[in-house]
Design a protein around this ligand. Structure first.
Ligand code: SF4
Ligand code: SF4
Length: 438
């Protein structure tokens, strides 16, 4: 069998087993809850990205990419906690959290409703869909196409929410765009196209062939990781109906799972077999499939075994957490820096740029004072700075060319109306009039 024929054999499908509700209901709840969170997080201001400021927008505060303690501490903590999760529960992220999978499952469900189950037998060689005879109507195809477009238009808004404020997005959607919404139409159109291609064509092909994150999660699996177990002792209760296998969108036979297979612990096969057993009068007891942790080494219980496997991850999480906490404790809502302004257009070696930043998305006022120089020896563009929202501003300080030759130490004092204050000390070398002229 050549590669193309092998690829043809790969079914991209999800058959829905009627009544298989228990695990699946929890999984759906988790998937929809994550979708809701994806919207609530940026809309509530909990987290957005402000690329123009080179910062994250968190709860009305700017966290600059340069705020290393907060950024690195958080990522180390999050990454190690995720490693803990992969080691313990395998690739549950894919089945219970991943929005791409949620959308793909919805697209499969919608396709099977409108065109029949065999329409899910897509492959990547361009083989035609097999539409059920009784559903082969234009109306069904049009409804399916519009539902895909509607979902694409809806979900394409989510990434935008992470880069633009809800006010800007709303002004764009209500066709009364604010100046900040300029160019948003192009970005939105690209997002719609990407989501549309995903739900209409790609779906679980992305999971199977393109998702590097799935491989990353698999690399942490061990024999002790959560997996699907088949009760061999009751195998005579198995009718070989293949409901479990048909319910698996990754085309795994759950009766023969192995440690490093691509199972994502979605539990659909467990629900399928449970449902079958609960409806059958002949079959006794629960289904033959269940979630189980693998065998621990002798002398260790499951928890000890898990802790030993994830010790490094836990140490990383603690270090990351501490680093993050230090960053939060030392967070400065304003920043004051002063440096030579001679590289700026029209400036000389006697000019300094006092760069001040408000890192909060709210109005602020700051007073600037210079200590160490006589007022006749310098001029300050302004000693009061006002912000309407977060941002950076420059105040130019010009030092008199008549300042006596030598090194002069002066300090810039900054004080805000809410009590924050800071100093920045500068050493200025004043040249003689002759040196300045040369
Ligand atoms: S659904 Fe249950 S009974 Fe049917 S093949 Fe799978 S394990 Fe056997
Ligand atoms: S084997 Fe079962 S739990 Fe694993 S991916 Fe398939 S349906 Fe989900």
């Amino acid at each position: 069998m050549n590669a193309q024929q092998q690829l043809r054999q790969i079914p991209i499908q999800q058959e829905h087993v009627p009544g298989a509700q228990s695990v699946r209901s929890w999984r759906r709840f988790s998937q929809y809850f994550v979708m809701l969170l994806l919207v609530v997080i940026p809309v509530s201001g909990l987290f957005r990205i402000d690329p123009m400021a080179g910062a994250f927008h968190m709860l009305d505060y700017q966290v600059w990419f340069a705020d290393m303690s907060i950024i690195m501490g958080f990522w180390i903590m999050a990454a190690t906690l995720l490693i803990f999760m992969y080691s313990w529960a395998g690739s549950v992220f894919c089945g219970w959290i991943c929005p791409q999978n949620t959308l793909s499952e919805w697209a499969n469900w919608m396709t099977s409703k409108m065109l029949g189950r065999r329409a899910l037998m897509m492959d990547i060689t361009g083989q035609k869909m097999k539409v059920a005879a009784r559903k082969n109507r234009w109306l069904n195809k049009v409804v399916l196409a519009f539902s895909f477009l509607a979902v694409a238009m809806l979900f394409a808004i989510i990434p935008l929410l992470y880069f633009f404020s809800p006010t800007v997005i709303w002004s764009f959607l209500t066709l009364q765009p604010l100046p900040e919404a300029q160019g948003l139409l192009w970005i939105y159109s690209v997002c719609i196209l990407v989501v549309l291609i995903d739900v209409a064509v790609m779906r679980h092909l992305v999971c199977k062939y393109m998702c590097v994150y799935r491989i990353w999660q698999h690399s942490f699996k061990t024999r002790e990781t959560l997996h699907i177990a088949y009760d061999e002792s009751r195998s005579d209760h198995c009718t070989n109906c293949t409901y479990c296998e048909d319910s698996c969108f990754l085309d795994i036979d759950p009766r023969q799972t192995v440690v490093f297979d691509s199972c994502i612990n979605c539990g659909d096969c467990v629900a399928a077999c449970d449902t079958l057993h609960s409806k059958s009068k002949k079959m006794q007891g629960p289904g033959l499939l269940s979630f189980a942790f693998g065998q621990s080494k002798p002398g260790r219980n499951g928890l000890t075994s898990l802790l030993s496997r994830t010790r490094a991850a836990m140490v990383g999480a603690i270090i990351g957490g501490l680093w993050f906490s230090v960053g939060i404790i030392n967070y400065q809502p304003y920043v004051l820096v002063a440096d030579k302004a001679e590289l700026l257009q029209g400036m000389t070696s006697n000019d300094y740029r006092i760069n001040i930043s408000n890192k909060r998305y709210r109005p602020a006022d700051m007073e600037l004072n210079i200590e160490g120089l006589d007022t006749s020896d310098y001029s300050l563009e302004s000693n009061h700075v006002h912000w309407e929202t977060a941002g950076r501003k420059d105040v130019i300080m010009h030092i008199s060319p008549n300042l006596k030759q030598g090194i002069h130490r002066f300090t810039v004092h900054a004080k805000t109306s809410d009590g924050w204050h800071d100093d920045f000390t500068v050493y200025h070398y004043a040249q003689s009039a002759k040196q300045q002229g040369s």
